[in-house]
Design a protein around this ligand. Structure first.
Ligand code: WQD
Length: 334
């Protein structure tokens, strides 16, 4: 079985490739490396101990994507490629819709043309919007307040319509909660370019000493300690969820949606404490105002993934913080 992994050089994609190899699948990576370092390809090869094909290609180029299908026999696609910075999506909506939506349509058209009708898609908990009550269930109404979230809702809809129109299609839509952590080797992890937007990448740099303190976005939420609560999930657990989802997709036609989270809520203060314990570093912080578009609480109802995919997250917050710290330390030669 050969799997095409779009965006396979990124944070979740690279960890999923490692798990694919572990589960005995062959894979090919297609990535334009717009938000990742091409050196990751060698890192993945080092971890799994074998080579694979890598195409530095952009999904907005239909002929490029089609060419990959022509040159290879592909049984399924795990589709991670896309832009993912919420704030940037508000400033550059056309880039987000062109990359995420038009790019995905190109991938789907190339798949159709080459008779590959099996896809696993990276969606996000952001599609639950601001009005649902936790825990978020797959059947809840969807909404988004920024182009990034809208693009995920649109693609979910496109996949659902495609599966209705052609009964040979299978689409497994995975709504990720907050992936953190890193590969145990410390060789793969998340280290975005520029000043990080997300909590753990930011804390990583406070721990390293390159940022003076963490800004905590609000301590007046209706949560146990007033700071925002999220459902953090170890990226390796999340990656394993893709293998389960793919195995499910091979056996079932149609579109199906699953939450991938831990099912537990953790506050910003709890993360800071766990990270301090894991790293032995003091994480200084300042409380500032709420960040626009943030909800107080976000965590998953994970019963469907547990029951149907026989999957659940096994790593706890301590392990997530330990692996994040181990990775960032290694990257900076500490
Ligand atoms: C977590 C908590 C913040 C940074 C986002 C996207 C989502 C998905 C994942 C995907 C919140 C608080 C954060 C900081 C803070 N995107 N925080 N200071 O917002 O839950 O989800 O990333 O690709 O679509 O919206 O994650 O890590 O930014 O925030 O206090 O400097 O940490 O308010 O409570 P979020 P996050």
């Amino acid at each position: 079985m050969s799997i095409l992994v779009t965006g396979g050089n990124g944070f979740i994609g690279s960890h999923t490739c490692v798990e694919l190899a572990e589960a005995g699948y062959d894979f090919i990576i297609m990535d334009n490396c717009s938000n990742s370092d091409e050196k990751n390809i060698e890192v993945i090869q080092k971890i799994i101990g074998k080579n694979f094909k890598f195409y530095n290609a952009d999904m907005r180029d239909f002929n490029g994507v089609d060419g990959i299908f022509k040159e290879n026999t592909i049984d399924s696609v795990i589709h991670f490629a896309g832009l993912k910075a919420v704030g940037e999506s508000v400033e550059k909506p056309l880039e987000y819709y062109e990359n995420n939506v038009s790019g995905t349509i190109n991938v789907l058209k190339a798949m159709n043309k080459n008779s590959c009708k099996n896809i696993i898609f990276s969606s996000s908990a952001t599609v639950y919007g601001l009005n649902n009550k936790v825990p978020f269930e797959e059947t809840m109404p969807l909404s988004a307040i920024n182009p990034y979230g809208q693009s995920k809702i649109m693609i979910e809809k496109i996949l659902t319509d495609l599966c209705k129109a052609d009964l040979e299609w299978s689409a497994v839509i995975l709504r990720y909660f907050n992936p953190i952590g890193a590969h145990e080797s410390g060789l793969l992890g998340e280290n975005p370019k520029g000043i990080p937007n997300n909590l753990i990448p930011y804390i990583n740099h406070v721990a390293l000493g390159d940022l003076p303190y963490l800004n905590i976005f609000g301590n007046d939420y209706d949560t146990p300690d007033g700071t925002g609560v999220r459902d953090y999930i170890h990226v390796v657990d999340l990656a394993k969820g893709h293998i389960k989802a793919m195995d499910y997709g091979f056996k079932h036609k149609g579109a199906e949606v699953f939450n991938l989270g831990s099912g537990k809520g953790t506050s910003v203060f709890e993360i800071v404490k766990a990270y301090e314990k894991a790293s032995g570093k003091k994480i200084k912080y300042k409380i500032i105002g709420r960040r626009a578009g943030d909800v107080g609480m976000c965590y998953a109802d994970i019963r469907k993934a547990e029951k149907v995919l026989d999957w659940h997250a096994k790593y706890d917050i301590e392990k997530m913080c330990r692996d994040s710290w181990n990775f960032i330390k290694k990257q900076h030669g500490n």
